[in-house]
Ligand binder design. Structure first.
Ligand code: SF4
Length: 249
């Protein structure tokens, strides 16, 4: 079992260089959120068994190259302009690694008419990080919970179970700092009563989190299926990539 906070430090050493961050793709369009321009970064402090990122997650220093925040924003906004999108995001791995880089990208987004969706596991969002994110008006944070409780979190990520609480703490910190946010939760492996218990926990932080909870399920891309077979995990609910229900896009 690994400590994601330690892995975050080790990964940052590989993918962050001053204000620059390593990316493996700048930038692509996508149908998610009704259309969004996406830049794919390298490096994540988690090892989810349903992850679709391969080499950029496991060998982040051997793929892609470093880009300054200005280059990332330029690529994102150019992609969005061509496709007629209003939204931008960083994806592929964990965008909150390299805080200085992320905050600089968000600063550029804030000077534009674009809206930024920050997709994160939240484990690095402490009180100070949340207060800094509160300075951006064009930002919404989606915290993706890996399961519904510490045991599921550990089963799905292979990480120390207590780190699950950092995901809930991130939602608390963001809510208290006044950052627009909502939780998404991977439910492919969760019995219904665990989901109910999670909703109670979220409700204690703020009722808006329960109201806005987003359900996430596994999409069975070939390499995701490979990882699941290797881990021995069997999803209760999963979808093939060409059979994703409209409400999950
Ligand atoms: S947090 Fe996302 S990128 Fe990181 S291992 Fe999990 S699914 Fe992959």
């Amino acid at each position: 079992m690994y400590d994601p906070i330690l892995l975050a430090e080790q990964t940052e050493a590989l993918v962050i260089h001053g204000r620059a961050r390593r990316y493996y793709r700048l930038a692509r369009g996508g149908r998610w959120y009704g259309g969004i321009a996406t830049a794919d970064c390298c490096g994540c402090p988690l090892r989810c068994s349903f992850c679709w990122s391969g080499k950029p997650r496991d060998n982040p220093d051997r793929v892609g190259k470093f880009y300054q925040p200005e280059e990332v924003f330029r690529a994102l906004s150019s992609c969005a302009r061509k496709k007629g999108y209003r939204q931008l995001r960083l994806s592929g791995n964990e965008p909150t690694l390299g805080k200085e880089h992320l905050l600089a990208v968000l600063g550029l987004v804030d000077e534009s008419h674009y809206h930024f969706i920050l997709e994160t596991s939240g484990i690095l969002i402490d009180e100070e990080y949340a207060r800094e994110l509160a300075g951006f008006r064009n930002l919404h944070v989606r915290v993706s919970l890996k399961g519904t409780n510490p045991q599921e979190f550990s089963l799905l990520t292979g990480a120390l179970p207590e780190v699950f609480s950092l995901q809930l703490t991130a939602l608390r910190n963001l809510t208290e700092a006044g950052v627009s946010c909502h939780p998404a939760v991977m439910l492919s492996f969760s019995p219904k009563d665990s989901f109910r218990a999670l909703k109670d926990e979220l409700n204690k932080i703020s009722p808006h989190l329960t109201d806005e909870i987003e359900e996430e399920y596994i999409f069975l891309y070939p390499h995701v299926e490979g990882r699941l077979i290797k881990s021995g995990l069997k999803p209760l609910i999963a979808y093939s990539p060409d059979g994703i229900p409209k409400e999950l896009v």
